[in-house]
Design a protein around this ligand. Structure first.
Ligand code: IMP
Length: 425
């Protein structure tokens, strides 16, 4: 079946943007199915960097259809900014981008509420969100209080719904001492968005189904990572959508049996941004070195990412729940700076061993990761394009990751540029 899904198996930022860009070459259609402007997919083309938040990375290739499906929460303002940035980059987006009429809209009050929830929370209760309004928007969706793209296309109905919603939102804002939002201004802004969005709006369930039925190569682009999944991630330090493979079906309308290959992406080490347990977090000095070497700063928020060793326990869990067929290991070149490389194969907590990631956040916070250690290769591998030219220590590390995850590694990325890859099969 020619459909493929790309999933992050860690806490996001695995380098999916680069891999989707690479796989897009052989795809006809690229579909984003969950998350929103919280994602930051970085693609480097000939030394120039572009960061995408909603638009699938396939947009950088000619003659591809890119779809923002209904599982995505759409922030029109952020989308338009992205389209303007793409134009500056030399990519003019036209009929090749389709936006689902069922997608929920991230409204300005969602962003205010995100900031309030984060601001009111103290210490460990802070999730460390991207403040893009993602949680409040999905909350409204589930509470059946959301506004969708299809509503935006019907001005009178939209205004009436917005008025009703604002009445409640403004009560909440008042409770927190925030100024109320004016209906008129919000409505006018929304209508300006509607005008620009209208040509992109489509019944994407039918569009994607038709492409699948015609045997087209359809690529589903995951955002965030499996450990940030609302159901199976390190709850509550997660995002508000299904960032695992299950999100493909609910977020596009394509049934599970029509999802073909599932590709998992992991860094050769691990990062996490925001709060929450991170059993393999590195000591400060080592973390700083990797952060520096790997330019580990959030693509959306610029926040420094927390750096850790490869977490075999979390990644193997992700391989299992997503049915990963093959793995891509990214940023292998970053480990060239590290003398001794660690790989976590178990957790230990109060004398008990854990081979699977526990649901209990307290255990995850306090458990000890048990590591295997590997000698580093301490040489620049960024120009290597064939596996046999990798240092033996790098090959041994990859073989150990592959064995532990029980899943073949098909691509190893050794640099941010499009061409910096070792294709293993
Ligand atoms: P939210 O998705 O903005 O609500 O943030 C919830 C959690 O997910 C926070 O820890 C964020 O840092 C994290 N997160 C959200 N999107 C991404 C991403 O694209 N990469 C990495 N972490 C993310």
């Amino acid at each position: 079946m020619p459909t493929t899904c790309v999933i992050g198996v860690q806490w996001g930022d695995e380098g999916k943007g680069k891999i989707v860009d690479l796989l897009s070459e052989k795809s006809d259609m690229i579909v984003r199915y969950q998350g929103g402007a919280n994602a930051g997919h970085t693609v480097v083309v000939k030394g120039r960097k572009v960061v995408l938040h909603h638009v699938p990375s396939g947009i950088l290739h000619a003659n591809k259809i890119c779809v923002i499906a209904h599982g995505v929460v759409l922030d029109p303002q952020s989308l338009f900014q992205e389209l303007d940035d793409l134009r500056k980059f030399g990519v003019v987006v036209g009929k090749n981008l389709l936006v689902s009429d069922r997608a929920h809209l991230v409204m300005p009050y969602h962003k205010v509420l995100d900031a309030i929830w984060e601001g009111e929370a103290s210490g460990a209760a802070k999730i460390g969100t991207t403040l893009r309004g993602i949680g409040p928007c999905y909350t409204d969706k589930v509470a059946r209080k959301g506004l969708r793209v299809v509503d935006l296309m019907k001005p009178r109905k939209f205004r009436a719904r917005l008025e009703e919603i604002l009445r409640e939102k403004n009560k909440i804002l008042r409770l927190y001492g925030r100024p109320p939002l004016a209906l008129r201004a919000l409505y006018d802004e929304s209508m300006a968005h509607a005008a620009r969005l209208r040509p992109m709006v489509a019944e994407t369930v039918a569009v994607v189904h038709d492409a699948v039925d015609r045997g087209k190569n359809v690529l589903f682009e995951g955002a965030q990572g499996a450990m940030l999944d609302i159901d199976l991630g390190t709850y509550p330090y997660v995002t508000s959508s299904n960032s695992d493979v299950c999100g493909v079906s609910s977020g596009t309308g394509i049934p599970p049996k029509k999802i073909g290959k599932v590709i998992g992406v992991a860094k050769a080490y691990c990062t996490r941004v925001g709060g929450g347990p991170f059993p393999t977090e590195m000591e400060e000095e080592q973390g700083n070195q990797v952060r520096q070497q790997g330019a580990e700063y959030g693509a959306t928020t610029g926040r420094p990412r927390r750096c850790g060793w490869f977490d075999g326990v979390a990644s193997r869990f992700a391989v299992r729940i997503n049915g990963i067929d093959e793995m891509v290991i990214t940023k292998m070149d970053v480990l060239s700076a590290v003398k001794r490389i660690r790989f976590a194969r178990r957790y230990s907590y109060r004398g008990r061993m854990y081979d699977d990631i526990p649901a209990d956040t307290d255990i995850l916070e306090s458990c000890r990761a048990l590591y295997d250690e590997f000698p580093g290769w301490e040489e620049d591998i960024s120009a290597v394009r064939r596996e046999r030219n990798l240092p033996a220590a790098a090959r041994r590390y990859l073989a150990a990751v592959e064995r532990f995850l029980g899943c073949p590694i098909s691509i190893v990325s050794v640099g941010s540029d499009r061409e910096a890859n070792i294709i293993r099969k």
